[in-house]
Design a protein around this ligand. Structure first.
Ligand SMILES: [Zn+2]
Ligand SMILES: [Zn+2]
Length: 135
């Protein structure tokens, strides 16, 4: 599926400028079946991509909540974009291959059921285990 039209409408909905760099990075993230490291993203983009531009684009996408980043076990950030970010979702980290997947259908809202006096600012739920490839 071509993710470019989707990326363009998401960026425009945020009143952002749909630059070629933003479009390419967001479309690549939308099309990726899992969260990607900088290195994997560079590979997925195909043609060489200026590294500074890539960092800036990722910062902007995260700031605008068009993409999100997940810390892996190895302290390497992974990036992904999901079309409908209506709720925070859980992640799955494979202990075999180290790949990180978005579990878009697994809401983390239960984690917000906190005792009186506690206020959540951020929920980061990662399930560790084996992905279908490594099971
Ligand atoms: Zn795996
Ligand atoms: Zn995710």
């Amino acid at each position: 599926m071509d993710a470019f039209p989707q990326a363009e409408s998401l960026i425009r909905a945020r009143q952002g400028r749909a630059t070629p760099a933003r479009l390419r990075v967001l479309a690549t993230l939308l099309a990726a079946p899992r969260a990607l490291t900088h290195h994997e993203l560079e590979t997925a983009l195909g043609e060489p991509f200026d590294r500074v531009t890539l960092y800036r684009v990722l910062d902007w996408l995260v700031k605008e909540r068009l993409a999100h980043k997940i810390a892996g076990d190895d302290r390497v950030w992974r990036f992904n974009a999901v079309a409908a970010q209506t709720h925070p979702h859980a992640h799955f980290r494979c202990t075999g291959c180290g790949k990180v997947f978005c579990l878009e259908n697994l809401s983390t809202s239960f984690a917000l059921d906190l005792p009186t006096g506690f206020r959540a600012e951020h929920v980061d739920l990662t399930v560790a285990g084996r992905c279908p490839n490594c099971a």
